[in-house]
Write a protein that binds this ligand. Structure first.
Ligand SMILES: *Cc1c(COP(=O)(O)O)cnc(C)c1O
Length: 358
């Protein structure tokens, strides 16, 4: 097997990032959010590196099943709970925690006669307006859940922030206040913060934090890289230079000839494209690293290949490794160029990419 496009996953970075989250959240338990195949880093691999987490958060029951099959015994929280009545049996069988956020789920639970225990988290919508019960219903829904015989008594009260990355905005302060008002005097642990909440809203620490992006070293704050925040990138994506061509001034490169050489220059061809998950939207000027030299995408990214301006890397040779993002080249920079966020890039790696651990 000679695949040249490699996503190296830095297990030590995952571990260090978890330790840093713990240091930022004294007294709180940490749910490592590993949905979307561990933000594209590989579910089992990430969970193994983060086996010390107090819980895992997933989006799908199937991910919970994979984690149980890999031997993880801690709590696994399905962040959107059952999608249909039939999911309840699977949640119970696998000992997965269910987030309950909607009346339809209450109806399924009420009708369910399965005696096996089920742990639930009650989600309150404090302003995100995606999942959750209206704050004023919190007490009634909690009591309804507590009255169900097979539901564990300890129910975690949770909410999700819509804009916790904007530290100077009132949105999060309002959400925290609404959550506190809705849960005052109610029993149970509290869980509010995502990554940005962990960084910027200590008042929202609660008993549990839910960390996603920061675990992978991904920035959750516009204009900052994960490393600016003290987190290490967990993925380095690289490929090889497979051709170097000397092109004349005025020659055009790639599909639709979107780039015209401004002078005679060396243009490299690298073995990566949108078929690997490198964004087709990355425009000319998006940086790559050839050794220590910073080069840039020119022309259109195609399915298997992309072209780079080698004027800044005169000693580049066919066979050299080229870094697309990771250690030394923050994925946030690439995301900015491509008009998306870092999460979208790491989640987008395709099956063709070879994952290795280091
Ligand atoms: C994805 C997710 C998280 C993690 O968010 P980050 O911003 O990546 O830390 C936390 N809570 C819920 C409900 C989520 O869906």
């Amino acid at each position: 097997m000679s695949r040249t496009t490699v996503a190296a996953i830095h297990l030590d970075a995952l571990r260090r990032n978890l330790a840093r989250i713990r240091a930022l959240s004294p007294g709180a338990k940490v749910m490592a959010v590993v949905k979307a195949d561990g933000y594209g880093h590989g579910l089992e691999r990430v969970a193994r590196a983060l086996a010390e987490a107090d819980a895992f958060g997933v989006a799908a029951i199937a991910d919970g099943q994979r984690l149980r099959a890999a031997g993880h015994r801690q709590r696994i929280v399905v962040l959107s709970g059952p999608d249909q009545a039939a999911d309840l049996a699977e949640l119970r069988r696998l000992h997965l925690d269910a987030v309950i956020h909607h009346d339809s789920q209450l109806t399924w639970l009420q009708a369910d006669r399965d005696p096996r225990p089920l742990r639930v988290w009650l989600k309150i919508d404090t302003g995100m307006h995606r999942l959750g019960f209206a704050p004023e219903r919190t007490r009634a829904v909690l009591e309804q859940l507590q009255a169900m015989p097979s539901i564990e008594r300890d129910i975690v009260l949770m909410t999700h922030f819509a804009a916790s990355d904007e530290f100077d905005k009132a949105t999060t302060t309002d959400q925290i206040a609404r959550f506190e008002a809705a849960t005052r005097d109610l029993p149970g642990e509290r869980c509010l913060s995502n990554s940005a909440g962990i960084l910027g809203w200590p008042a929202a620490r609660g008993d549990w934090v839910r960390a996603g992006g920061l675990l992978y070293g991904l920035s959750v704050i516009a204009g900052k890289n994960g490393s600016d925040l003290g987190f290490a990138p967990a993925m380095s994506l690289s490929t090889r230079l497979i051709a170097i061509n000397r092109l004349q001034r005025g020659e055009r490169i790639g599909y639709a000839g979107t780039y015209e050489c401004p002078e005679d220059m060396n243009v490299g061809v690298i073995a990566i494209g949108y078929g690997d998950g490198y964004p087709r939207s990355a425009p000319a000027g998006t940086p790559v690293l050839v050794g220590n030299a910073r080069a840039a995408i020119v022309g259109r990214v195609s399915m298997d290949l992309a072209t780079i301006d080698l004027r800044n890397a005169p000693s580049a040779c066919v066979g050299d490794r080229v870094l697309l993002w990771g250690r030394g080249l923050p994925v946030e920079q690439i995301a900015d160029h491509a008009g998306t966020i870092a999460y979208d890039l790491t989640c987008g790696m395709t099956k063709r990419v070879l994952f290795v651990e280091d």
